[in-house]
Design a protein around this ligand. Structure first.
Ligand code: AMP
Length: 112
């Protein structure tokens, strides 16, 4: 069971900001911006590179919910960034697909 499956199952506590039948959104434990939330599909897809065509609707839902979370947290006025890390060079540390929602400050580009 991945760390995020344990959070979804409420075996590990998290600061949940949004939930529906397909996704859970909670605050990142090590925030990289004033607002840093992870939006996680309840289905345990390891990473975006391993998602399949069967996951098409879920992936669309995940992005729409990430944007909704950003709106609910007031980030749409100032802007925000969605990030998906894939594999070691991508900076992935938890092998359960998740979208980072980052905002509350101006974010640098390109990323480090
Ligand atoms: P990534 O590096 O893209 O795989 O993102 C994993 C994220 O999960 C990191 O930003 C971590 O800070 C975050 N994280 C790890 N453990 C927890 C936890 N128990 N609750 C909330 N966020 C976590």
């Amino acid at each position: 069971m991945t760390l995020f499956e344990k959070i979804i199952a409420r075996q590990i506590p998290a600061d949940v900001v949004f939930e529906d039948d397909q996704v859970l959104a909670f605050r990142d434990i090590n925030p990289q911006a004033p607002t840093h939330v992870l939006v996680v599909p309840k289905k345990a897809i390891p990473r975006i590179g391993e998602a399949g065509t069967d996951d098409q609707a879920l992936l669309g839902h995940l992005l729409l919910r990430a944007a909704e979370v950003a709106r609910r947290l007031g980030l749409d006025r100032t802007g925000f960034r969605l990030v998906i890390n894939n594999g070691s060079d991508g900076g992935e540390s938890v092998p359960h697909l998740h979208v980072h929602v980052l905002g509350g400050r101006a974010l640098a580009w390109p990323p480090g």
